[in-house]
Design a protein around this ligand. Structure first.
Ligand code: GLY
Length: 384
């Protein structure tokens, strides 16, 4: 029998990047060990926490207490919530805040929050004084299994998402699974899409395990730690082999070519969370793989069935305001996909499936074939 994971016994996943290697510490109450771990990593460092208003209400006191217990005083910079904070203006506020807090080369920035805070604080850390180290303390499931690991940091440009940024690896990630208890069910589900993604793209046995154990992941049992640790191990292995996304790291974009177009069509609003876009996008990628006869339709149905079983949107028609401009129109969706970073000279790049557990990069996909496939999906009537 597997021993239950105790607070004193977190799972440690190593991100093997040579002299920039770091640990991901995963467990209930792992946040309590932050101060001791920071002290060991950087004795005498100054520390500044960057967080957002909601996360501050829930977790700032506990984070500060964990640092104080280890004799570490910290400054704090609180930004507004949501994607709007990944802007030049807020980046400037964070950089100025770090300089005012006298954060220097050997000091540390702590990103306490979801993907927005991690991307923003990590990017600020990468440029203040030409680069200071930072620690990720992800507080959403999506951030714990994806954005806090691998060093992608950045902000949005008026031209598109994440167009200004840097690869800047954290020196430590603390994924306290108990902080996920305060997420709304919808936010948790959206993060779960990224967990399922690791099974679909590279690990059929993990996907089958998720099919059998998803209820315990949502209720907060030991399965939650296992799912997060397995996801982090999968990502860490890919990042260690292809840090700068010159090849295999692109597999992590499964569901994202379709998903980003859907997020753009819904104005990056609450109508569709990123993870929800990935869920619909992943099903479309699986169905498109079946359309191209790379997998059997039953494999795509299996992906759809599992994501629908946890309550995620899986069809274009599931998206709020589906009939509004852009979403019901194959040409509008094609235009949005053509703006994606993953387009090269009019040919689209998709991550497609050879089977559940084996994704491949297809970087020469013919646009009319995609358009016909989308038009077919748009004609699909819910319930059919
Ligand atoms: N979220 C995809 C990556 O980190 O490469």
């Amino acid at each position: 029998m597997t021993a239950p994971i105790k607070n004193s016994n977190p799972v440690i996943v190593d991100v093997a990047l040579g002299d920039r290697a770091y640990d991901i510490v995963i467990g209930r109450d792992a946040l309590g060990s932050l101060g001791e771990r920071v002290k060991k990593l950087r004795p005498n460092a100054r520390v500044a926490i960057v967080t957002d208003k909601t996360v501050a209400q829930h977790w700032l006191t506990k984070t500060e207490a964990a640092l104080t217990q280890a004799g570490i005083e910290s400054a704090c910079i609180i930004v507004g919530e949501g994607e709007a904070s990944k802007s030049y203006a807020v980046l400037q506020d964070v950089c100025e805040g770090l300089i005012a807090a006298k954060i220097e080369r050997n000091d540390l920035v702590i990103a306490l929050g979801g993907g927005v805070v991690g991307d923003l604080a990590g990017f600020a850390a990468s440029i203040v004084r030409r680069g200071v180290d930072f620690v990720q303390v992800p507080t959403s499931l999506l951030a714990q299994v994806d954005s806090s690991v691998g060093g992608k940091t950045g902000i949005n440009s008026p031209h598109g998402k994440n167009l200004i940024g840097a690869f800047h690896q954290p020196v430590l990630v603390i994924a306290d699974t108990s902080v996920l208890d305060t997420l709304s069910p919808r936010q948790f589900r959206a993060g779960y899409a990224e967990v399922a993604k690791y099974g679909v793209l590279g690990d059929e046995a993990f996907f089958a395990w998720l099919e059998a154990n998803h209820a315990e992941i949502f209720s907060g049992g030991a399965a939650r730690e296992h799912a997060i640790a397995t996801s982090c191990r999968a990502k860490a292995a890919i990042v260690a082999r292809d840090e700068r996304e010159t090849g295999e790291r692109a597999l992590l974009n499964l569901g994202h070519t379709f998903g980003h177009a859907l997020e753009a069509a819904t104005g990056f609003s609450d109508r569709l969370f990123h993870g929800e876009g990935v869920s619909v996008g992943m099903v479309l990628a699986a169905e498109f793989s079946a359309h191209l006869k790379m997998i059997a339709p039953s494999e795509a149905e299996r992906v759809q069935r599992h994501l629908a079983a946890v309550g995620l949107p899986t069809r274009l028609q599931d998206i709020a305001g589906f009939q509004q401009e852009g979403l019901g129109d194959a040409d509008a969706l094609m235009t949005l996909m053509a703006q994606d970073k993953k387009v090269k000279r009019g040919r689209l790049t998709f991550i497609l499936l050879e089977k559940i557990g084996k994704a491949v990069i297809a970087n020469d996909v013919d646009a009319p074939t995609v358009r016909n496939f989308i038009a077919e999906k748009l004609a699909h009537k819910p319930g059919r």
